[in-house]
Ligand binder design. Structure first.
Ligand SMILES: [Zn+2]
Length: 325
């Protein structure tokens, strides 16, 4: 049986899909609201129920699914299948035995993986990195995550956290980050940090159309609104995106220097800014990396869209099951 279940636990929604792990084909995907305020037990029950619904709709009994993979937004203990901290969810899900509880409800072996690592595994295998042997994935969203895949396998480090590219230091004196460090990439190029730069310039009364584009309802400013202003020639908006892209490029230059990967694949909601951030990022890499021919390193957008996490989670389940023999 090559069909595994991948489940993506998100802040606002849970997605579950049946995935053929030989081809990456997603047979069916369903999603429901996470309702995270109800707490981990209720959310895990909802995930198990969704897994049952996916199986019912593809006419496959749940007990024929070899294993379930769950991608989770935060720090996890890979070996124990326990969440350590999911900062975007209420209560933080400290020490929740997610894998064991899912197995209890579904009777299927369940493994868990960080969501950005799931993204990277899927993109490296079936997406924008599929023809490359070494791939670094970067997810730009409310936070910045990442992963490292070599020859179709994740490199996870001693504790599963290898690839946390959002928390590399870009500016030693930069803003305080949620992780406790200062000047992390996440404080310059995540969605909220880009939006915060726009809020600041509007509040300072600088000459920009960003405020007018949201009728001065500043809660409505998003990276997309800033890009719209930039498209209309707004100098301040262009500077904001240029700065975010440059900081991303400094981070990528560091990754290129250390890993010399064939491909860097960028996804997440903020990646919809496209060339507005990729162009300054590429320029920064050219300016900073002098030791290698950069035509061998491609910096490219992800291809699997919102399916990457569920596909990666299913693939992770298949790889772990095979490794356990
Ligand atoms: Zn940080």
């Amino acid at each position: 049986m090559n069909v595994y279940l991948g489940i993506d636990l998100g802040r606002t929604k849970i997605a579950a899909a049946a995935v053929d792990v030989r081809t990456g084909e997603r047979l069916l995907r369903l999603a429901v609201p996470t309702e995270a305020h109800e707490g981990p037990a209720a959310v895990i029950e909802r995930m198990a129920a969704l897994a049952g619904q996916v199986c019912a709709q593809i006419n496959t009994p749940l007990d024929q699914i070899p294993a379930i993979g769950v991608s989770a937004p935060g720090l996890i203990d890979l070996e124990q299948g326990v969440t350590i901290l999911l900062p975007s969810l209420p209560s933080g899900w400290r020490n929740v035995p997610l894998a064991a509880n899912m197995t209890g409800l579904t009777s299927r072996p369940t493994v868990i993986i960080n969501d950005a690592r799931a993204f990277t595994l899927a993109e490296a295998t079936f997406g924008a990195g599929r023809t490359a042997r070494s791939v670094i994935g970067i997810t730009l969203g409310a936070g910045i995550g990442g992963g490292i895949a070599i020859d179709g396998r994740l490199y996870l480090g001693v504790d599963g956290t290898a690839g946390e590219v959002g928390h590399m230091t870009i500016d030693p004196y930069g803003p305080r980050c949620g992780c406790g460090n200062r000047g992390c990439l996440e404080t310059f190029a995540s969605g909220p940090s880009i939006t915060a730069m726009a809020l600041r310039v509007v509040a300072q009364g600088m000459t920009t159309q960003i405020g007018a584009l949201v009728d001065y309802d500043l809660n409505k400013i998003t990276p997309g609104v800033i890009a719209r202003a930039a498209e209309q020639g707004d100098t301040i908006a262009r500077e904001i995106l240029q700065r975010a892209g440059s900081c991303l490029g400094i981070g990528i230059a560091n990754l290129v220097t250390i890993f010399s990967p064939e491909r860097i694949v960028i996804g997440g909601g903020v990646s919809r800014l496209g060339e507005w951030i990729l162009e300054p990022a590429r320029a920064e890499v050219v300016a900073r990396c002098h030791l290698k021919p950069l035509n061998q390193v491609q910096i490219t957008l992800a291809q699997l869209g919102g399916d990457a996490e569920v596909i990666g989670a299913a693939l992770w389940a298949a790889q772990r099951l095979a490794a356990r023999g």
